[in-house]
Design a protein around this ligand. Structure first.
Ligand code: ADP
Length: 733
C-alpha cells in the first residue's frame, strides 16, 4: 500500500507538514468558489482556476495565491465564482441545470474523460468571463451558513466552538426549534431524541459495539475467518463465561514450556481511563466477582515488549472518522496524540505488576503522577503529537512509512469487524422508511507499537475525549482548567475537518444512500486513487488542507474480501421482518432456512429448531440492549458458521461460509448482499504478506472460544447462562 503520508514524510523528510506539501499540489479544482450575490463578499480563498494555453482539462493549473489575486473581474465587479456543482461532473443533471441558468452553454469548456461522478476540472474559454459578466446577477444567492446544534456536545464544546468559528458556520448552543444541519452529541446517538433530518455525529449502537466485550467478540469472529489478517488484536477471553477456557489454555502453555510465564491484563467491560484495570500472571488472581455480581470483563494477553521512547511505554491515540457505513467511508487523521507513562518501563514481574505509571499509558492516571510533564511543545512532555514521535523514530532509521501503512490496515480491518453489528443497529434505530438523520462518527483508536514496530489494537473509544484544556494546580490546592496546545492543535483540526467533510452543501460524492438497506445498494462512488484526497471541500480557502485522509474506499481492493460477515448481516436484516427489530424469532429463522433451501435429510427442520434454541439461549446475555427475545446478529453468525460446517464439511471455515453465502444469495432476490458481493468480487490482493505472526503468547491449539462454542452447540449440550450486563458507555470525557 503506497501511502502519501509515508511518501511525504519519509522521502521528503518533512515530518511536520504531515502531507501538506503533497496536498497543496492537489488543491481541489472543485473547491467551491463563493456563490455570492453581486454584493456578496469576495472569495476569501484567493483561489483561482487558470488555464495554460494548450492544456487539457485535467492539467488545468490551480493556483492558490492568498492575497495576490485580483478580486475584480473584467467587468470591474466583484469576481464571481462558479458554484461547486458547476465544475463537478459535467454530465450530471445538476451541471446541466447550471448551464441552463447561465443560459449560454459556453461556460464549461474543458471536459474530462471521467463521467463517473468523480470531479472534473474545467478551464475557462476566453469568453467565459464575458459570460460571467452577463450572467452574474442570475447566479444563486450566497448560501446560508451551516447550522450546528451544540447543546449536547458536553466536553467537546470548546473544540467544537473553535471549529465552527473557523468555518464561519452558525452554532446553536441551546438547541434550535427548527432543524439544524448537524447535531453534535457528546455521548451517543440518543443524546437528542426525535431528530428526523440532518446529520448526527454518532451512530446508533456504536457505544455498545465498542465496549470491550463486544469489540473482542467481533474481532474474534474475524480472527476465525482471517487469522493472519486479524493478528493485531491480543488474544482475549470474555469473563466470566470463558474463565474455564482461559485457565485451561494458560495451564497448557505453562506445562508445555516451564519458562513461559505470560502476563494478562484484565479490563472491565465498558470501563475507560484505566478504571479497574489490573495485571495478573495466574488465572487464580482474577477477581471474578464484585459483591454478589459476576464481573463482566475481558482478560487479554499483555504485550510485554512495547516500543519505548526515553525508556517509557507510550500508546497512540488516532482519530478516525466513519463518514458513512454504506457506502463505507473511512478517514484517518494524519495527526494524533501519543500518551506516555511516567515511570520507566520494565517487563512485567510479580513485583511490578501493580505499578500503573509503568504499565498503563492512560492520561487520566499518569496525570496524577508527580512525574507528569505538561508541555506546550509537541515533542516533549507526557503527551506529544504522533508526528513528533514518528519523526523521532524516522531519525533513528525506522521505516515509518511501513508503520503508518500497518496502522491504516489495522484501522480498516477493525472497522470492518464492527460494521455488521452497526448496520443492524442502524436499521433498527433508523428504519429505511422512517425519516431520520444520517450519521457519522469520530472514533479514538488506541494503538500500541510493539518493540518490533507491529501495531496492536488496544481498544476503540466511541467517545474519545475532545477536551482541549487540562486541569492544573495553579496554587496549592487550587485547580484551574488551562489550555493544552497539543490537544488543541490535534483535536480542533479533527473536528473542524470532520465538519468540512460533512458539510451538507458540499456533497462531492454521490449522496450517501440509506445505510440500512441491507443489500440494495445504489452506486458506490469509489474515487480514483488520489482523487479528493486531502482536498479542501469547501470554499473557505483560508483553511489549511484537510488533516483527514480517506483510506476507504481508497483501499477497497486490499480489504473488500474481508467484508464477509456483512453479507451474513444482510441476510439477517432481510429476515428480521418487523422494523426496529434486532433479534430474529424462531419463525423468521425457519423462514430463512426454507427460503434459502437449506434443509435436507442432514438438516431437518426439527434440528433447525434445536439449533435455534441452543444458540439463542447461550447468546441471550450477549446483547445488553435486548429489545426483544430472539437471536441477535452474533448468535446468527454462529448459527451460520454451524450450518456452513454441516453443509460443506470438507472445506475450511472461510470457504464453508463463502459457499453457504453464495448458496443463500442465489435463492434470494437481487436485494441480498448486492454491495457486499460486488465488493467481494474485487481483487483479494492482501496488503502485505509474511509479517511476523503477531503477538507473543504461544497458541497451543485447544480451539478458540468461539470455535469451542460452535463445537458444543453441535451436540447441543446444556450451557451455563451468565447474568445480563448493564449498559455503560466507554466515555473518556
Ligand atoms: P481503558 O479504556 O480503561 O483506557 P485500555 O484498553 O485502553 O482501557 O487499556 C488501558 C491501558 O492499558 C492502555 O492505554 C495501555 O497502556 C494498557 N494496555 C491495555 N491493553 C494492553 C495490552 N494488551 N498489553 C499491554 N498494555 C495494554
Amino acid at each position: 500500500m503506497s501511502d502519501h503520508y509515508g511518501d511525504v514524510k519519509v522521502q521528503l523528510g518533512q515530518m511536520k507538514s504531515l502531507g501538506e506539501d503533497a496536498e497543496k499540489e492537489e488543491v481541489d479544482p472543485e473547491e467551491e468558489m463563493p456563490v455570492s450575490s453581486p454584493s456578496a463578499s469576495p472569495d476569501p480563498a484567493g483561489c483561482c482556476i487558470t488555464t495554460a494555453p494548450g492544456t487539457d482539462a485535467l492539467s488545468t493549473n490551480i493556483c492558490k495565491q492568498k492575497g495576490k489575486r485580483s478580486r475584480k473581474n473584467p467587468c470591474g465587479k466583484p469576481l464571481q465564482g462558479f458554484p461547486a456543482h458547476a465544475v463537478k461532473n459535467i454530465n450530471s443533471p445538476i451541471c446541466e441545470q447550471t448551464l441552463l441558468i447561465k443560459g449560454t452553454g459556453k461556460i464549461l469548456q474543458g471536459k474530462s474523460a471521467e463521467s463517473n461522478g468523480n470531479y472534473v476540472a474545467v478551464h475557462e474559454s476566453s469568453d467565459t468571463q464575458e459570460t460571467r459578466c452577463e450572467d452574474e446577477f442570475k447566479l444563486p444567492r450566497k448560501r446560508r451558513p451551516v447550522t450546528v446544534d451544540t447543546s449536547k456536545a458536553k466536553t467537546s464544546l470548546e473544540a467544537l466552538k473553535l471549529s465552527i468559528k473557523e468555518l464561519q458556520w452558525k452554532e446553536f448552543h441551546t438547541g434550535r426549534r427548527a432543524a439544524c444541519d448537524i447535531y453534535w452529541h457528546g455521548v451517543s446517538f440518543h443524546d437528542n431524541e426525535n431528530i428526523v433530518s440532518g446529520q448526527v455525529n454518532k451512530f446508533p449502537g456504536m457505544v455498545e459495539m465498542l465496549r470491550k466485550i463486544n469489540l473482542s467478540r467481533a474481532v474474534r469472529t474475524m480472527q476465525e475467518l482471517f487469522p493472519e489478517e486479524y493478528d493485531f488484536y491480543p488474544r482475549s477471553w470474555i469473563l466470566p463465561e470463558e474463565y474455564q477456557q482461559f485457565s485451561t489454555e494458560i495451564r497448557m502453555v505453562k506445562e508445555s514450556d516451564a519458562t513461559e510465564s505470560p502476563t494478562f491484563i484484565v479490563k472491565p467491560d465498558g470501563g475507560s481511563q484505566g478504571d479497574g484495570i489490573y495485571l495478573i500472571r495466574d488465572p487464580g488472581d482474577l477477581k471474578l466477582v464484585v459483591g454478589a455480581q459476576a464481573k463482566q470483563a475481558v482478560v487479554q494477553e499483555y504485550i510485554h515488549k512495547p516500543l519505548l521512547i526515553d525508556k517509557l511505554k507510550f500508546d497512540i491515540r488516532l482519530y478516525v472518522l466513519i463518514k458513512s457505513v454504506q457506502p463505507l467511508e473511512i478517514y484517518i487523521a494524519k495527526e494524533g496524540l501519543t500518551r506516555f507513562c511516567t515511570e520507566p518501563y520494565q517487563e512485567p514481574s510479580q513485583k511490578n505488576l501493580s505499578r500503573v505509571f509503568m504499565h498503563l499509558t492512560n492520561y487520566s492516571l499518569n496525570v496524577q503522577s508527580g512525574n507528569y510533564v505538561h508541555s506546550d511543545s509537541q515533542n516533549t512532555g507526557s503527551k506529544r503529537t504522533l508526528s513528533s514521535v514518528l519523526y523521532r523514530l524516522a531519525a533513528k532509521g525506522v521505516d515509518i512509512k511501513r508503520v503508518w501503512s500497518d496502522i491504516i490496515a489495522l484501522v480498516i480491518k477493525s472497522v470492518i469487524a464492527v460494521l455488521p453489528d452497526l448496520k443492524v443497529h442502524y436499521q433498527a434505530d433508523i428504519p429505511p422508511a422512517k425519516p431520520g438523520p444520517t450519521c457519522f462518527q469520530i472514533l479514538g483508536f488506541d494503538i500500541l507499537l510493539m518493540k518490533n514496530l507491529k501495531p496492536v489494537l488496544l481498544e476503540v473509544n466511541s467517545n474519545p475525549s475532545m477536551r482541549i484544556e487540562h486541569e492544573q494546580e495553579v496554587a496549592p490546592g487550587v485547580f484551574e482548567y488551562v489550555p493544552s496546545p497539543v490537544d488543541e492543535q490535534v483535536k480542533v483540526g479533527v473536528i473542524r475537518d470532520t465538519l468540512r467533510l460533512m458539510d451538507p452543501f458540499n456533497k462531492k460524492l454521490t449522496a450517501t444512500p440509506h445505510p440500512a438497506g441491507g443489500g440494495s445498494d445504489p452506486v458506490e462512488v469509489i474515487p480514483a486513487d488520489g482523487d479528493s484526497q486531502g482536498r479542501s471541500p469547501d470554499n473557505a480557502g483560508n483553511l489549511p488542507p484537510l488533516c483527514l485522509k480517506q483510506v476507504y474506499p481508497k483501499y477497497t481492493k486490499q480489504f473488500s474480501h474481508l467484508r464477509l460477515v456483512e453479507r451474513i448481516a444482510a441476510l439477517f436484516i432481510r429476515f428480521l421482518g418487523v422494523k426496529g427489530n434486532m433479534r430474529l424469532g424462531p419463525t423468521a429463522f425457519r423462514t430463512f432456512i426454507r427460503t434459502c433451501k437449506l434443509s435436507n435429510s442432514n438438516l431437518t427442520m426439527a434440528s433447525v429448531d434445536i439449533l435455534y434454541i441452543d444458540i439463542t439461549r447461550r447468546w441471550s446475555f450477549a446483547l445488553a440492549d435486548s429489545r426483544e427475545a430472539g437471536m441477535g446478529l452474533q448468535a446468527f453468525v454462529e448459527a451460520f458458521f454451524n450450518l456452513a460446517g454441516r453443509r460443506f464439511k470438507s472445506l475450511a471455515l472461510r470457504e464453508q461460509v463463502v459457499s453457504l453465502l453464495d448458496l443463500c444469495e442465489s435463492h434470494l432476490g437481487p436485494q441480498s448482499g448486492a454491495e457486499d458481493r460486488r465488493s467481494l468480487s474485487c481483487s483479494r490482493a492482501l496488503p502485505r504478506g509474511g509479517r511476523t505472526p503477531a503477538l507473543y503468547l504461544p497458541r497451543p491449539r485447544p480451539i478458540s472460544p468461539a470455535a469451542h462454542r460452535r463445537a458444543t452447540s453441535q451436540d447441543c449440550r446444556p450451557h451455563q447462562r451468565p447474568k445480563p450486563r448493564t449498559l455503560r458507555a466507554n466515555v473518556e470525557n
